[in-house]
Design a protein around this ligand. Structure first.
Ligand SMILES: Nc1ncnc2c1ncn2[C@@H]1O[C@H](COP(=O)(O)OP(=O)(O)OP(=O)(O)O)[C@@H](O)[C@H]1O
Ligand SMILES: O=P(O)(O)OC[C@H]1O[C@H](OP(=O)(O)OP(=O)(O)O)[C@H](O)[C@@H]1O
Ligand SMILES: [Mg+2]
Length: 285
């Protein structure tokens, strides 16, 4: 049986969420923290642990079939890979930032300035698009300290909460692109591997569909059932089961959690009792 090889980050910001994602779709990995490859015990996949910078090329070259990596790395490396799914975690942006004391005048501010970054290609494209001539100083980490130690006038790096910028006396002046974790794939997967990939994507969809949805159960007086039903339409329609107590029914339905908080008072006012809200792990429409 063929296996699909998935490259994920060894350690760092994407590691835990990537492992959690595989676990959510029922893939159990053989343990062994120091191992570079881990086989799944119950699904035809194996996981290859890499530095995130190496994931796009490893997938493009077919050493791995699939990878979980930040969009920022995919945009920077410009390797020929397909994006199979946007995964919605590790959301951040790639921004230009300048010292807080400077007055920002638009992209022209960067003319003849030096910008420190770990993402020279993305930055170069932005500067070209804006017809600004700047000097790019490539460094692999601690980018935000560059202006204060005289290495650069500005920086181009990942921003999320913005606290790293604040603590380095910088201000964000341009958001160049946004990023989130992506599931990328090799462009020439065999039919057998594509089949496993389809199964993986199907499983990911079941988790995604269930996200934010809750299973709701309550006891309702039959006299108010129609009104309560209209508040809880569910996927197709709610399930209604008569209770042993005459004149009462149990109603089960599915609801978006924020919507639940909006109707809870009405449900109570209509006489609903013993309202339970339960998590839903997977959902297939
Ligand atoms: N503050 C943040 N908030 C959200 N996502 C982030 C943040 N910082 C980084 N990321 C995302 O997580 C990815 C991995 O970040 P991390 O800091 O672990 O990378 P790294 O230090 O380059 O790791 P490696 O050792 O694997 O090369 C980034 O490429 C980006 O997509
Ligand atoms: O806007 P913020 O929420 O402060 O996040 C931005 C910071 O997060 C990342 O670094 P990380 O914390 O992963 O450390 P690193 O320097 O080891 O990559 C990134 O390189 C920024 O420095
Ligand atoms: Mg890296």
């Amino acid at each position: 049986m063929k296996t699909l090889r998935i490259a994920i980050q060894t350690k760092g910001r994407l590691n835990q969420d990537s492992i959690q994602l595989l676990s959510d779709v029922g893939i159990q990995l053989t343990q062994g923290k120091r191992k570079l490859i881990s086989k799944a015990t119950n699904f035809p996949v194996e996981v290859l642990f890499l530095r995130d910078d190496d994931i796009p090329k490893t997938v493009a070259d077919g050493i791995a079939d699939v990878g979980i990596v930040g969009e920022n790395e995919v945009l920077e490396k410009r390797e020929a890979v397909n994006i199979a799914k946007r995964l919605g975690f590790s959301k951040c942006r790639l921004s230009l930032a300048i010292p807080k004391s400077e007055t920002y005048t638009g992209p022209i501010w960067f003319k003849n300035k030096t910008i420190a970054t770990s993402y020279p290609k993305i930055l170069e494209r932005y500067l070209d698009d804006n017809m600004v001539n700047s000097s790019i100083h490539e460094i692999s980490g601690s980018v935000e300290v560059a202006p204060s130690i005289g290495l650069a006038d500005a920086i181009f790096d990942i921003v999320s909460s913005g606290s790293t910028l604040i603590s380095n006396n910088l201000k964000e002046v341009e958001i160049v692109t946004k990023s989130e974790a992506l599931l990328i794939t090799n462009r020439e997967l065999s039919n057998e591997k594509l089949y496993i990939l389809q199964d993986l994507l199907f499983r990911l969809d079941t988790v995604e569909t269930a996200k934010g949805k809750k299973y709701i159960m309550l006891n309702a007086p039959n006299l108010r059932l129609e009104e309560i039903k209209s508040l809880l339409p569910g996927m197709k329609s709610p399930t209604i089961i008569p209770l042993a107590k005459e004149g009462w029914s149990s109603l089960h339905s599915v609801i978006d959690e924020p919507q639940f908080w909006g109707i809870i008072k009405e449900l109570k006012d209509l006489g609903s009792e013993s309202i339970l809200m339960l998590p839903i792990e997977k959902m297939i429409l």
